[in-house]
Design a binder for this molecule. Structure first.
Ligand code: PLP
Length: 386
């Protein structure tokens, strides 16, 4: 059966070049990067070369790159590493749970957190950030691109507000890196998170960019790895993979490959909207990363559609989360003001470097017919279209 994968915001396949770059570090180059002998020097050199590639992709200095186990750890290190009891933090209601739940924990240890709303397109208003600032605001954490809708936040404007107020600015760029140019200096952030598996590197590796001069309390205690910012023997194959993926991403951005991706995404989006009534794009009108579209199909259950498409070979996703046995609609779509039914009827399609025009044709042939079939079984749809 043909299988098409349009869930690249969940994870991306490893690129063959990335796998090739990693391969020797599972076998002949096995040294501990902290060892001073030949074997250690070999892996140390590979780690430092990867650090340079990541720094180049993000526009920071190599010493500012801290390798972590992924986006979740990077977000937690940025937030818990910086903030202490009595501090005030500003974030948004559409952040990934890696940020939101870290902030919920801060509240338990005596911090105050402001969760800013977003407008109907999913955008944070920089004036809301300005208004929320307090004398004890230590950190602003606003994501660069949303994982569910792909909406890009006005991070450069927020960076200026943070700098004026002398507060730190962290941005979760897990879904922005490699899709749009990301430059820490241009954004004006002090901390920036990325994750390997969202940019065709392996799962379980990521990085946090920490601006020189910013001191973080480590999450782990142990050796002096990563300049005492992240204890633990480095995941050398993972780091090498992240470095290679960063290098390939920088080349692709220079070539302008995002416009090919945007054209494929737009064809999928428009093709679906042309064929399906009572459907629309969540986040339409806001700037978005080129690989993501989130579409609501009123009067159906998104999970049922996800499963029906999977049975036919198309992998997509709903932003729904299962909490204590109940399916909760996406907190992102609810924050954007969607009624719960519409949020539950929404599906995210996310493309990757490997996505082809034929994959889009496959999606275009399958989605409208599957939605129509589910709607035939939907009393709500029949009632509206009687
Ligand atoms: N932040 C965002 C915006 C994400 O989309 C994700 C993963 O979905 C994460 C953080 C967590 O990254 P990881 O899976 O590497 O822990």
């Amino acid at each position: 059966m043909r299988r098409v994968y349009l869930d690249n915001n969940a994870t991306t396949p490893l690129l063959p070049e990335v796998l090739e770059a990693m391969r020797p570090y599972f076998s002949e180059h096995f040294g501990n990067a902290s060892s001073i002998h030949h074997h250690g020097q070999e892996t140390r050199a590979a780690v430092e070369s990867a650090r340079e590639s990541v720094a180049k992709l993000l526009g920071c200095k190599p010493v500012e790159v801290v390798f972590t186990s992924g986006g979740t750890e990077s977000d937690n290190l940025a937030i818990a590493g910086l903030v202490a009891a009595g501090d005030h933090v500003i974030t948004s209601s559409v952040e990934h749970h890696a940020v939101l739940h870290a902030c919920k924990h801060l509240e338990k240890i005596g911090c105050e957190v402001t969760y800013l709303p977003v407008n109907g397109c999913g955008l944070v208003d920089p004036d809301d950030v300005r208004r929320a600032m307090r004398p004890n605001t230590r950190l602003i954490s606003i994501m660069a691109a949303n994982n569910e809708t792909g909406v890009l936040q006005p991070v450069e404007e927020i960076g200026k507000i943070a700098a004026e107020a002398d507060a730190c600015f962290h941005t979760d760029a897990v879904q922005a890196a490699a899709k749009v140019p990301v430059d820490v200096r241009r954004i004006g952030c002090d901390l920036l998170s990325i994750s390997g598996h969202k940019i065709h590197a392996p799962q379980g590796v990521g990085a946090l960019c920490v601006r020189k001069g910013i001191h973080l309390q480590p999450l782990f205690y142990g050796g002096r790895h990563e300049r005492s910012r992240r204890a633990g023997t480095e995941n050398v194959p993972g780091i090498v993979g992240l470095g290679k993926a960063a290098e390939l991403a920088a080349e692709a951005l220079d070539r302008g490959d995002q416009s090919r991706m945007a054209a494929l995404r737009d064809r999928l989006e428009q093709g679906i909207l042309d064929q399906v009534d009572d459907a629309g794009v969540n986040g339409e009108g806001a700037p978005r990363v080129p690989n993501t579209t989130n579409i609501y199909f009123d009067h159906i259950d998104g999970e049922a559609l996800e499963i029906a498409l999977d049975l036919k070979g198309l992998a997509v996703s709903t932003g729904a989360a299962c909490s204590s046995g109940a399916i909760e609609p996406s907190h992102v779509l609810i924050a954007m003001g969607l009624p719960a039914d519409r949020a539950r009827a929404s599906i995210r399609f996310s493309l990757g470097k490997q996505t082809t025009g034929e994959d889009i044709d496959f999606g275009l042939a399958l989605v409208p017919q599957t939605v129509a079939r589910l709607r035939e079984l939907s009393p709500a749809y029949k009632k509206v279209h009687a």
